[in-house]
Ligand binder design. Structure first.
Ligand code: ATP
Ligand code: MG
Length: 423
């Protein structure tokens, strides 16, 4: 324990770290989130910054969002903020709107889990709780830390600070119970471990291995959302390795799991590390690109083993079970199918029969090119092809723009010119 930390007395006595003992500075907190915290505090309510915001600030990372928890009840929050809407059915959560489409989420301390916020069946009552209860209902210890705006202390009921220090993602309570309550927590655990380069605690690992098939008891859109968040932030290769290790890959994408078991993980690790690198260069990764990357090596093997076959048809047969299982929107499935099927043609630039212009004018060309940069970018030969295609792509779009700007040949003539025409 840090010498500046104090342990308060009481049944659930937290460790309280005063301002000099931690690294959270108000200048790193979003200014609108600060406004909300101060306003709640001025009106006599407890107001804490919570969740990923506190965790990331303590780690010196930039938080994705700043969530707030308070002792104020939803109707009290609504009264304090004109720009506030209450959402959710039973458990009313407050969304406070700011310029630039920013939303600060404010929830009242409660005893029960997040689940009532979902579209699924309501499983427990809407019970408001104490800060301690609110901390214990959270998923992992590093996600259960509070930053108190009244005295700038960090409050820790669950030993999250020690775990943060030791780089451990530890479930709060019994993992079997917590994963049964909400199976999506298994994926959240993988996501946080992968993104932060932390280790998932042993008991959670053991629980996941034995109850991985229960993941389907969670809402499928949440599974898809977790996969998107897990692979979309520059640590996809970590996530892939951990999903495999814990058996979740076998449950969610068995086709990929078996392919890796037969041929090894190298091709997957290569393409995923290029996906991660492109995120770190500032690219925003779409769901279609992420999933195409994960499924590409499997599709490549099948299309290569049937060189004369209809690529779209082969890719469709491989993708459909994978994407239907996690309910990928049809529009995303279409983009994935076209970009994956186009890869053989992009690799075949030297093929004499192939006319590059046909693919350059396709609406799916930019998506196919994004995937090609990942699929071909692993060696010097592939990098040369990428450069060639990029050059052709930019020439094509320049000419295409020039074409569309030329005066129209047909249509009404300029009446003034008509007069001067020789008869
Ligand atoms: P991110 O950086 O991805 O936003 P986060 O930790 O903020 O990570 P959120 O999904 O935004 O994660 O959730 C905010 C907080 O709500 C979490 O830190 C956690 O304390 C709590 N929480 C979210 N989902 C659950 C869940 N399924 N079970 C228990 N607590 C949860
Ligand atoms: Mg968050």
């Amino acid at each position: 324990m840090n010498p500046l930390q104090t342990k308060t007395s009481g049944a659930a006595s937290p460790i309280v770290v005063p301002r000099p003992g931690h690294s959270i500075s108000r200048s790193d907190i979003d200014k609108d989130a600060l406004k909300v915290l101060y306003r709640l505090h001025r009106h006599g309510h407890i107001a804490y910054l919570v969740g990923g915001g506190v965790r990331d600030l303590l780690l010196g990372r930039k938080p994705k969002d700043f969530d707030i928890s308070t002792s104020a009840h939803p109707h009290e929050i609504k009264k304090l903020f004109a720009n506030c809407r209450l959402i959710g059915r039973r458990f009313r959560l407050a969304h406070i709107y700011f310029s630039g489409n920013k939303i600060i989420e404010v929830s009242t301390f409660r005893t029960n889990s997040e689940l009532d916020l979902d579209d699924g069946p309501i499983r427990s009552d809407n019970t408001f709780g104490t800060p301690a209860e609110d901390s214990f209902r959270r998923d992992f210890t590093v996600n259960a830390l509070f930053y108190n705006i009244s005295d700038f202390t960090v409050i820790d009921f669950v030993n999250g600070l020690d775990d943060l220090h030791d780089h451990i993602i530890r479930i709060i309570g019994d993992p079997f119970v917590r994963f049964t309550e909400d199976p999506i927590r298994m994926l959240r655990g993988v996501r946080f471990a992968a993104l932060l380069d932390f280790t998932l605690d042993r008991s959670s690992q053991k629980a996941i291995r034995s109850m991985k098939d229960q993941i389907w008891q969670g809402a499928t859109p949440r599974i898809l959302e977790e996969i998107f968040r897990m692979f979309g932030r520059g640590k996809g290769s970590n996530a892939f390795a951990l999903l495999r290790k814990l058996g979740l890959m076998e449950t969610i994408f068995p086709e990929v799991y078996h392919h890796v078991a037969e041929e090894g993980p190298d091709e997957y690790m290569g393409i995923l590390s290029r996906l991660d690198a492109s995120f770190h260069r500032g690219k925003e990764l779409t769901l279609s690109l992420i999933l195409s990357t994960i499924f590409y090596p499997l599709c490549r093997r099948e299309t290569a083993s049937d060189p004369r076959g209809d690529k779209i048809q082969i890719v469709r047969e491989i993708l459909t079970p994978l994407t239907d299982r996690i309910q990928v929107p049809k529009r995303v499935q279409d983009t994935m199918r076209q970009s994956i099927a186009a890869q053989t043609r992009l690799f075949g630039i030297k093929n004499r029969k192939f006319r590059p212009r046909t693919i350059l004018r396709k609406s799916y060309f930019p998506d196919a090119m994004e995937l090609f940069e990942l699929s071909a970018g692993g060696d010097a030969e592939g990098k040369k092809l990428i450069t060639e295609w990029k050059k052709m792509g930019s020439n094509f779009s320049r000419n295409h723009v020039a074409d569309t700007q030329k005066p129209r040949k047909r249509g009404r003539r300029d009446p003034t010119k008509r007069k001067n025409r020789p008869s």
